[in-house]
Design a protein around this ligand. Structure first.
Ligand SMILES: [Zn+2]
Ligand SMILES: [Zn+2]
Length: 96
């Protein structure tokens, strides 16, 4: 049986999400929108809606952040970290 968590993990490996992430990072010139570094980049969702796939969000929801700024942002705002963790957006091995 495939759990919900595993399902999200699978979706984030989807070529469609890879493409979406690439588009967002390209728009942000492959650099963190907060500190400008070009290393360890991740794409952060500014909000989540139920029943939406990770790549179905508009451009203004998605921002390129480095691992450090991404982590700080979540700590500061406590922005539904649990959900992003579940969706693989947050954390050390994050793909998003
Ligand atoms: Zn940064
Ligand atoms: Zn995030």
């Amino acid at each position: 049986m495939v759990t919900r968590k595993e399902l999200y993990y699978e979706t984030l490996k989807d070529p469609l999400w890879r493409q979406r992430r690439d588009d967002v990072m390209y728009r942000d010139a492959y650099s963190c929108t907060t500190c400008g570094t070009t290393k360890h980049l991740q794409v952060h969702h500014q909000y989540y809606e139920d029943n939406k796939l990770p790549w179905e969000y508009p451009d203004d929801c998605l921002v390129t952040l480095c691992e450090t700024c991404h982590g700080l942002l979540h700590e500061k705002n406590d922005m539904r970290k649990d959900i992003e963790m579940e969706r693989g957006c947050y954390g050390k091995n994050a793909v998003a």
